[in-house]
Design a protein around this ligand. Structure first.
Ligand code: C5P
Length: 247
């Protein structure tokens, strides 16, 4: 029996080269995965083919293309994202309050029109690839990256977004500042037995959930595992044991 409470938190990143690999992953992982995340690479390559495949398996679809444009364009794009069936999508908080409000408005209006649940919209505060040096010297913003990220998260809440993407290290602070209901999705998840790859600020699945993560992104820890189902089962087991969750 699958633990539905855990399944709902699991977002699997479909970071693969081909549509065949992506479909194989969805087929193999659908019983263990609440949401499949389609990023720029796969979406630019195969667009709606993979989206429709995910939806045909009754899984949630997360469009991870991080919108950033003028408010009207983002509003119209958000309407179409909902039309295409996305249950989650994300936008850059640096697009500003008005842009984020427009995304919310476009998505909610379209969801209402289609009689669907509004999608979860998550804000991307600062990309993890942006260092203090880049922020201070290239952007001319004389601030600490994590403080700036928190300011952007506050703005995202004000705009009506559901939450933000953040490292597990930041979850507790975000929840403290913005409340329990404000959702946090954490990438950089690595079980103890897996490789770190290029991720720096990592946490195990159970650590991230204990700190308050609403969703955890699983990527290479599962997709590059020798036995992917076994890897997923080990992750479930770790979470169940550490959090004492019963089936
Ligand atoms: O394979 P791995 O677990 O590192 O994959 C992490 C996923 O989360 C990738 O799809 C990556 O784009 C995404 N992500 C991230 N760090 C962020 C935001 C998103 O790793 N700050």
């Amino acid at each position: 029996m699958i633990n539905e409470e855990i399944k709902e938190k699991i977002v699997l990143a479909l970071d693969v080269e081909t549509i065949e690999e992506a479909k194989e992953l969805v087929e193999e992982m659908k019983d263990y995965t609440g949401t499949f995340k389609v990023g720029l690479q796969l979406f630019m390559g195969y667009g709606l083919e993979i989206v429709n495949y995910i939806l045909s398996k009754n899984a949630n679809f997360f469009l991870d293309v991080k919108l950033h444009d003028i408010p009207n364009t983002v509003k119209k794009a958000s309407e179409n994202i909902v039309l295409r069936g996305a249950n989650f999508f994300n936008i850059h908080c640096t697009g500003g309050l008005e842009m984020m409000k427009s995304a919310r408005e476009g998505a909610d209006n379209k969801a209402k029109e289609l009689n669907k649940k509004p999608p979860v919209i998550l804000g991307v505060t600062m990309l993890t690839s942006i260092s203090k040096d880049v922020m201070n010297n290239e952007f001319g913003i004389d601030k600490d990256v994590s403080k700036f990220a928190l300011e952007l998260a506050k703005l995202a809440k004000e705009a009506g977004l559901d939450g933000v993407v953040a490292s597990a290290v930041e979850v507790e602070n975000i929840k403290k500042e913005l409340g329990k209901e404000f959702k946090v999705l954490c990438p950089g998840i690595r079980p103890k037995w897996s490789l770190k790859d290029d991720q720096k600020r990592i946490a195990t699945p159970s650590e991230a959930i204990k700190r308050g993560a609403d969703y955890i992104v699983l990527g290479r820890a599962v997709t590059k595992a020798q036995n992917r189902i076994e890897a997923m089962k080990m992750i479930y087991k770790e979470i169940e044991e550490e959090l004492c969750l019963q089936h």
